[in-house]
Write a protein that binds this ligand. Structure first.
Ligand SMILES: Nc1ncnc2c1ncn2[C@@H]1O[C@H](COP(=O)(O)OP(=O)(O)OP(=O)(O)O)[C@@H](O)[C@H]1O
Ligand SMILES: [Mg+2]
Length: 295
């Protein structure tokens, strides 16, 4: 990740900017396109520090592009993207990289070292310098935390484990903002939950998380807020529960709500007590209460 950032740092300026704004991320009327193809057309949203936000929408609508705008690798054609208050047109990509971590869907785009230990240490070396004692101490801490084998070549691991190594490198540097592009696609349920548990812990410790995700079960379980992108701009922005109730938004953005939401919505016509239920235990409790009350 950091290797490619350095390779793409052509737009860097030498000016130093404080990255200490109140909001983690601001998209202010952003337009962006690739050659002839317009992608974003006036997209605006704000992510506050400490939030866990899901960025959702139809295929090809510009979610991954938005993440690349957020880490400064891409620049808007008009409007502004601000990271921790700093305009990405003005701040150096290498300075942004000290605050923003990016987990790719494919860990092989991220991993660049021959052992897990070196991979976990890589970002720390960039941050602190090769000889700083914090590099070894923090590397060991994170390897223990994720129960990784430090001496193995990450490319010999299964995909789920490679993604864990890639995530370990990010956990090590404790970024202010973590950008996730489909972090769990291709994982089985256990791998998905393990990965998300680590991400949830980072969020609980203060890291702002912006996650692109097609799996609405994961969005419901982990994100507090959903920003829905379609046709180049934000068509809805609200709590995940609110968004899953907006049928027109779900249809426009081709989103399939979690099964528990569909079940609740179908049952609420005959049993209003079962409206707005988003968890299986919550549903079981509500049905038991209903049974006692009505039958
Ligand atoms: N490097 C690129 N060069 C040219 N066009 C691109 C490039 N990357 C993406 N696109 C196009 O821009 C549009 C938005 O792509 P993007 O990957 O941001 O969408 P997405 O919402 O992440 O889609 P998905 O849900 O399929 O991951 C798509 O039509 C895509 O084909
Ligand atoms: Mg994408």
């Amino acid at each position: 990740m950091k290797r490619s950032r350095r390779a793409n740092g052509a737009a860097e300026s030498s000016a130093a900017f404080a990255l200490d704004g109140e909001n983690a991320l601001e998209f202010d009327n952003v337009t962006f396109g690739y050659k002839d193809q317009a992608v974003l057309d006036g997209a605006s949203f704000t992510v506050k520090r400490g939030e866990f936000v899901a960025l959702v929408g139809p295929n090809g609508t510009g979610k991954s592009t938005s993440l690349r705008l957020a880490d400064g690798l891409l620049k808007p054609s008009s409007g502004a993207v601000r990271v921790l208050g700093a305009d990405t047109q003005k701040v150096r990509v290498s300075d942004l990289a000290k605050h923003v971590g990016f987990l790719f869907q494919n860990p092989d785009r991220q991993i660049c070292q021959n052992t897990t230990r070196e991979e976990v240490a890589f970002g720390l070396r960039v941050l602190y310098g090769d000889d700083d004692p914090r590099v070894e101490a923090r590397t060991n801490e994170v390897i223990d935390l994720l129960h990784l084998n430090p001496d193995v070549d990450p490319f010999n691991l299964a995909k789920g484990q490679r993604q864990a190594v890639a995530l370990a490198g990010l956990i090590a540097v404790e970024p202010d903002i973590l950008l996730l592009d489909e972090p769990t696609t291709g994982f089985d349920y256990d791998e998905c939950m393990e990965m998300m548990a680590h991400i949830a812990k980072m969020n609980a410790a203060g890291t702002t998380v912006v996650m692109v995700c097609h799996d609405m079960e994961v969005v419901l379980d982990f994100a507090q807020r959903a920003i829905v992108l379609a046709n180049g701009h934000v068509i809805a922005d609200g709590s995940v529960r609110e968004i899953f109730h907006q049928h027109d938004v779900l249809e426009q953005a081709s989103l399939l709500p979690p099964q528990i939401c569909e079940l609740s919505q179908r049952l609420e016509r005959d049993f209003p007590e079962l409206a707005n239920i988003f968890g299986t235990e919550e549903m079981a409790d509500a049905i038991c209460a209903l049974k006692e009350e009505r039958f």
